[in-house]
Design a binder for this molecule. Structure first.
Ligand code: CS2
Ligand code: MG
Length: 408
């Protein structure tokens, strides 16, 4: 069996999805996601100019060898651009493998460990009352887990994932008006004074059963993060995410010394070597990697197994930054993983997105039920794809009030 063609598509409704389609001499094709938020053309270029020419002619059934060929063959290994490109190839080959076997990918991994996988939605508000309404909306929709992000009184601009004003619906992650970033101003003291009490009020309003998650988004210094984790301990968060920049992993030891608040880190990682020490030293409770960014299902499965040896559960990154194909791949790994925790699920389900990526995965009552279709259980409509083209966009950059660059 041979790979005969591979094509990259960049674009989509309100997102620059990077989609790879691999075709074979037996008519079976597979699709994969290489969407690297705000840098989408780079994995696309890497695929088109370096990887695809070496992919043609290979046997698509040799998933592991193809992954090792690209990973070891690069010499300068890892990094988000290369690993997202490998991720797309790997997902597409698992899709083909499933179609050849007539099985959904989760069966190839070892079958189901549960019927439904709990997901969490993104509640947000320009102030606490606005946020409470947003949380109530998702609870009424049946979600058991909700991430909460709130406007901070006195903060000079809106913070991460928070609207400027009530009812503002702009895309808070990426502004597609061009490649030059907007500016966000951050004030840790205002955040530290307000957020722990806000989380306590949310817990008081919604009771003990709601799983409450909060994303600190890399904003704190280790001591501040330890103090924050200690202050929110009575709230019993499901997790506190990215308290400090993920490169400094020793910072998490201080948090562990001062608090039992669960910690989730990993969405910016692109290799098991970014997180193996965190996992082996049990400094985290959830690993947040994403199928696209870690190079596909093949390495993702290894990370899940390592995490399982150390009581670390999965909490894979969600759709705001990568496509429904990556989410489909994660739905299969979630169904199999014995140490599944939760899946991030920013409901993108617009009719345009569903038309571009027809999918048989089902979301109901705050749970995802994985598709039983052979392969990944998601497709890609090239006619729909022709409606879209790349649209330059960027995250904000963050500065402190005195102008010092800070962490987005
Ligand atoms: C966020 C991400 O969902 C999350 O947990 O941290 O949406 C992040 O802001 C984006 O992926 C950045 O591109
Ligand atoms: Mg995050």
């Amino acid at each position: 069996m041979k790979i005969t063609k591979a094509k990259v598509f960049v674009g989509g409704p309100k997102k620059n999805y990077v989609t790879l389609k691999i075709e074979t001499d037996q008519g079976v094709y597979g699709i994969g996601d290489a969407t690297l938020n705000n840098r989408e053309t780079l994995p696309a270029h890497y695929l088109e100019n370096y990887l695809i020419p070496n992919l043609l002619g290979k046997d698509p059934r040799n998933i592991e060898d193809i992954w090792q060929f690209f990973y070891r063959g690069a010499y300068f290994r890892r990094g988000p651009i290369a690993m997202a490109a490998y991720g797309a190839i790997d997902m597409a080959l698992w899709d083909i493998k499933g179609k050849l076997a007539g099985m959904p990918v989760y069966q190839l991994l070892g079958g189901k460990s549960r019927e439904g996988a709990m997901v969490y939605a993104h509640a947000t508000g320009s102030d606490l009352e606005d946020l409470m309404e947003s949380i109530a909306h998702y609870v009424e929709d049946g979600y058991k887990a909700v991430r909460v992000q709130c406007g901070i009184p006195g903060m000079p601009t809106a913070s991460y994932a928070v609207p400027e004003k009530k009812g503002d619906t702009k895309n808070y992650i990426t502004d597609y008006s061009g490649i030059r970033p907007n500016l966000e101003i951050w004030d840790t003291e205002k955040y530290m004074r307000f957020m722990p009490d806000a989380l306590a009020e949310i817990r008081a309003r919604f009771g003990p059963d709601l799983h409450i998650l909060h994303d600190v988004h890399h904003r704190l210094l280790p001591r501040e993060a330890a103090a924050f984790a200690k202050a929110v301990e009575p709230v019993n968060l499901f997790w506190m995410e990215d308290p400090t920049p993920a490169e400094d992993q020793d910072a998490l030891k201080l948090i562990r010394q001062h608090s039992t608040t669960p910690v989730a880190i990993g969405e910016v990682f692109n290799s098991v070597f970014d997180c193996n020490k965190l996992i082996e030293n049990e400094l985290i409770d959830f690993i947040r990697v994403a199928a696209t960014y870690v190079g596909g299902i093949t390495p993702l499965r290894r990370i899940v197994d390592l995490a399982g040896l150390h009581h670390v559960r999965t909490g894979f990154h969600g759709a705001p930054s990568h496509s429904p194909i990556s989410m489909a791949a994660q739905h299969h790994v979630n169904a199999w993983a014995p140490n599944f925790g939760v899946q991030e699920y920013l409901v993108l389900g617009t009719p345009e997105c569903d038309a571009l990526f027809p999918s048989e995965h089902r979301m109901e009552d705050g749970m995802v039920f994985v598709s039983d279709a052979p392969g990944l259980g998601v497709d890609f409509d090239e006619t729909e794809a022709a409606r879209y083209e790349y649209q330059p966009g960027s995250h904000p950059v963050v500065r402190l009030q005195d102008g010092t660059m800070w962490n987005y």
